[in-house]
Every structure is written in structure tokens, then in C-alpha cells.
Design a protein around this ligand. Structure first.
Ligand code: URA
Length: 240
């Protein structure tokens, strides 16, 4: 059905091989036509090919259509895909839209989002400079934690969003984002603050930290999040 599985890294490697064979055969006939029998040695790197095969965020949005067809889709008001810069260096991933996000179709616009905006401002960043999204794009009833099948149905679109934006770093906000992106069930209190890598590509750095909704209930944890944000800023080469 969709680009998601087609662009998994194994598939990219296979496609690259086929493409390489094709290019070589074209070169071969050309060179033969000119009486040369040796192949030119220039190779497409996997990185070059991955770059050329990347979708745009708009394409991913288009592919997502009216949703991933999980149980959450029929219950939501609006699908909350994401917002911000399609070329952001920093991407922030939360759990799921809440009431205000569902009403507006935008991520992080309710109370937790307002706190997140303040955190970003303290880091010297505007919301439009980063990219904000969630693991699932439709609001779970009563803001419950998304079920594993809802996460697995929706997260391929997140994977494609990440491939499209290719951020230098991702901040995983809260347990659901951390468990989905890093594929680690360790409690967040133990894992936050240490740079990890995105399980899907094995290379994009991920900083796990507390969700701003958690900070609204536990303001004492703000100083820990600020420590994590300082690490992110240092990583991005921003002034701390
Ligand atoms: N909580 C989230 O995880 N995401 C939002 O967009 C809003 C609240």
C-alpha cells in the first residue's frame, strides 16, 4: 500500500543493488559501443541513494490520507500530523494528541504544548524552527496511553516523517516516544538525559526526556529536563 515498508533500510539496500546493476549494464553497453571493455568504477553510495529516495513531508502527509486505519481514527476530530520546519535540525516527538490538539489539528497547542514552547524559547528556538509531532496522530479517548497495536499501525508514518526531515537529533518526550523510537522498555527516569540512537536507522541521535505533561504535574522534574535540553543544545552547537 505505502512507501513505508518500501523504504525500510533493507529494501533501500536491495533497491540500490538493482539500481547499481542497471546502471552498470547501461554503462557496459555504452562502453562496449565505444570499444571499451572495462567498467567505470564510480559507485553510488547507499547514502547518495537514500538521499535521493527520501520522500518529502508533504508526500508522507499525502500518503497518510485520512489515517492509518487503527481504532483511534474513527473517534478523532482531526488527524494531527505534525508542524514546523520540513528541514528542522531538531525534531520533538510526543505521545498522542490531547483534546486541544484534536480540536485544532495541530500538535502541542494545549497546556503541555505551551510549556514545551517555553522550553524551546529558553533554548533559543522558535516552534517554527523545529518539527513537532507524535507517535500516534489521532487522539486516544480520555487521553489514554495508545495501545501497542495503535502504535504499530501509526508509527510507520512517523518513521517516514523522520526520513523526510532527516533531523540531526530527536527529542523523545515521555515513555511512549522513548519506547517507540529507541525500542527500549527501561523506565524513563533511568534512561532520560543519555543520548541514544533511533532503532529504525541505528544512527539518528535520540535524547529521551520527560514529557511536558509530566512536568505540569511534577514541576520538580523541570531542572532535569533543562539538563537534558542543555545536552541537546551542546550537541547542536548552540550556545548554552
Ligand atoms: N501530548 C502529546 O504527547 N502530544 C501533543 O501533541 C499534546 C499533548
Amino acid at each position: 500500500m505505502f512507501i513505508v515498508s518500501a523504504y525500510s533500510s533493507k529494501r533501500v539496500r536491495e533497491e540500490n543493488k538493482v539500481r547499481q546493476q542497471f546502471l552498470e549494464s547501461e554503462y557496459l553497453s555504452l562502453w562496449r559501443a565505444y570499444g571499451f571493455w572495462e567498467l567505470p568504477t564510480k559507485e553510488l553510495s547507499l547514502q547518495d541513494f537514500e538521499q535521493s529516495a527520501r520522500p518529502s513531508v508533504d508526500e508522507v502527509r499525502e500518503q497518510m490520507g485520512s489515517g492509518c486505519e487503527c481504532a483511534l481514527c474513527p473517534q478523532r476530530k482531526n488527524l494531527v500530523f505534525g508542524s514546523g520546519s520540513p528541514t528542522a535540525r531538531l525534531m520533538l516527538v510526543g505521545e498522542a494528541p490531547a483534546a486541544e490538539e484534536d480540536a485544532q489539528g495541530l500538535p502541542f497547542v494545549g497546556p503541555a504544548g505551551q510549556l514545551l514552547t517555553k522550553i524551546l524559547e529558553a533554548m533559543g528556538l522558535k516552534r517554527e524552527e523545529v518539527y513537532l509531532t507524535n507517535v500516534v496522530k489521532c487522539r486516544p479517548p480520555q487521553n489514554r496511553v495508545p495501545a501497542p497495536e495503535e502504535v504499530s499501525s501509526c508509527s510507520p508514518f512517523l518513521e517516514e516523517q523522520i526520513r523526510a526531515i532527516a533531523p540531526e537529533m530527536i527529542i523523545a518526550l515521555g515513555t511512549t516516544a522513548f519506547a517507540t523510537l529507541v525500542e527500549d522498555d527501561t523506565p524513563l527516569a533511568e534512561s532520560r538525559g543519555k543520548v541514544r540512537t533511533l532503532a529504525w536507522d541505528g544512527k539518528t541521535p535520540v535524547m529521551p526526556t520527560f514529557h511536558p505533561a509530566y512536568l505540569l504535574k511534577h514541576p520538580e522534574a523541570k531542572k532535569l529536563v533543562w539538563e537534558d535540553m542543555k545536552t541537546v543544545m551542546a550537541f547542536l552547537g548552540a550556545k548554552v
